[in-house]
Design a protein around this ligand. Structure first.
Ligand SMILES: Cc1cc2nc3c(=O)[nH]c(=O)nc-3n(C[C@H](O)[C@H](O)[C@H](O)COP(=O)(O)OP(=O)(O)OC[C@H]3O[C@@H](n4cnc5c(N)ncnc54)[C@H](O)[C@@H]3O)c2cc1C
Length: 396
């Protein structure tokens, strides 16, 4: 795929100019510091700007309010988006649920939900994992019993990211426990304001603020019309949705933006009387990680534009993409040195002055926070199992 045609070059420039002009500087600054706690208001403000430009749902077709771009334009847009330090799109609604709904939803569901996702009216979160169902997701036990035109849901969901700011949750529930465990799972859309939905924070050790939660359902009544797909057939939707999630988690463009920030920081940081970036040992580490990242990028391009649908191969991308991203953040963590060790917020509150360089403010938090990418969207051990069996054909 040639991404360097005159049309695509002009498109890239248009995208670049738009971000340079329209992305609010305060929001860009927070993203560039790898802050984990971008407030919902900031996300909303940025989303509104994208809605006006018709770029809020870049992977959606025109029919549902997207720009209807081909793969090349989507790829270029995503790259420029990340390099501009724009906040991530609201992925749960736009990429995971939105695309699954286009494939499996009824026309009434599409009309009701997709426009609201596009316009940023509804924030969504994902209710798949449970205290005893993560890697082995099909063993989930959160139960739904049909009573007339409702399902009554009881149980809990674990690790609900952004659940505390979400309006809706898409959930997997057990509606039949008799057969194979992949059978009997149903996909429900649940309004977070429904009586019986409660949420408790799970505090993580990165110090980045509230991100994950445990969600509890007690006799929550969900209208049958909020079921996506057929009863007991939710596993088909799960397989489709997890494929999208696995692909997106590689975040090659975001990693390139992080690498650029690492280089900028190392160029400005002093080390043994010179610049850190000129230190042979450190610059070698940067070069090594850049080579690895470019290799992931090539793999991504092969999967995207190679002509064959990416199946289990998406696991390669998730595995290496998240490892390399973690390595970049580790180098930044090393580069800021002792400043990464302190709870910067506490120190600033106490003294009223920034402690250390700006880039150091969230380097420690980001490094620890991003360990999650090795776990979610299917842990990297599970990806290795998939690659061994489905890509390499190993048995054992
Ligand atoms: C920060 C964060 C945010 C998350 N957000 C969400 C969310 O929004 N919604 C949601 O539904 N879920 C979310 N998750 C859950 C995530 O998908 C699960 O944590 C993940 O699937 C792993 O499941 P588990 O935690 O139960 O670990 P387990 O499945 O118990 O695994 C524990 C360890 O054993 C390994 N392991 C398990 N089985 C095998 C095997 N067969 N072979 C080799 N190794 C194996 C795993 O790799 C892992 O290292 C989130 C997780 C994190 C950490």
């Amino acid at each position: 795929m040639n991404l360097d045609t005159p049309e695509l070059r002009a498109f890239r420039q248009e995208v670049r100019d738009f971000f340079a002009r329209e992305l609010p500087e305060d929001i860009r600054g927070k993203v560039a510091e790898d802050r984990m706690d971008l407030p919902k208001e900031d996300q909303r403000r940025w989303h509104d700007i994208l809605v006006k430009k018709n770029w809020a749902v870049p992977s959606w077709p025109v029919e549902w309010g997207g720009p209807g771009w081909d793969d090349a334009r989507q790829y270029i847009y995503e790259r420029e988006y990340a390099l501009a330090d724009a906040p991530r799109h609201m992925s749960y609604g736009i990429n995971l649920l939105g695309k699954s709904m286009m494939k499996f939803g009824t026309e009434a569901q599409k009309t009701r939900f997709l426009t609201r996702i596009r316009n940023g009216d509804d924030f969504w979160c994902q209710g798949f994992s449970e205290p005893n169902a993560g890697s082995d997701l099909a063993s989930l036990q959160c139960k739904a019993v049909r009573e007339g035109e409702h399902y009554v849901v009881n149980g809990s969901k674990m690790w609900t990211s952004e659940g505390h700011v979400a309006d809706w949750i898409f959930c997997l529930v057990r509606t039949d426990g008799s057969g194979k465990k992949q059978f009997g799972i149903t996909f429900l859309l649940i309004d977070m304001k429904s009586p019986g939905v409660e949420m408790q924070p799970i505090w993580t050790y990165d110090g980045g603020g509230r991100e994950v939660n445990q969600t509890f359902f007690t006799d929550v009544r969900v209208p049958v019309e909020n079921r996506l797909g057929d009863e007991n057939q939710g596993w088909n939707i799960v397989k489709y949705l997890l494929g999208i999630e696995r692909f997106g988690t590689a975040e090659v463009s975001r990693s390139l933006a992080m690498l650029a920030r690492l280089k900028r920081f190392a160029a400005g940081a002093r080390h043994r009387g010179g610049r850190l970036i000129d230190d042979p040992a450190f610059s070698r580490k940067i070069a090594e990680v850049e080579i690895e990242l470019r290799a992931v990028e090539l793999t991504e391009m092969r999967l995207l534009f190679g002509g064959a649908p990416a199946g289990a191969e998406a696991s390669l991308l998730k595995l290496r993409g998240t490892e390399v991203q973690g390595r970049i953040l580790e180098l930044l963590y090393d580069a800021v040195g002792s400043h990464a060790q302190v709870r910067i917020g506490d120190l600033e509150a106490a003294k009223g002055v920034p402690a250390g360089p700006n880039q150091a403010r969230h380097a420690g938090t980001a490094f620890f926070n991003y360990r999650k990418t090795l776990i979610y969207a299917g842990s990297n051990e599970i990806q290795r199992n998939i690659i061994a069996k489905a890509v390499l054909g190993l048995r054992g």
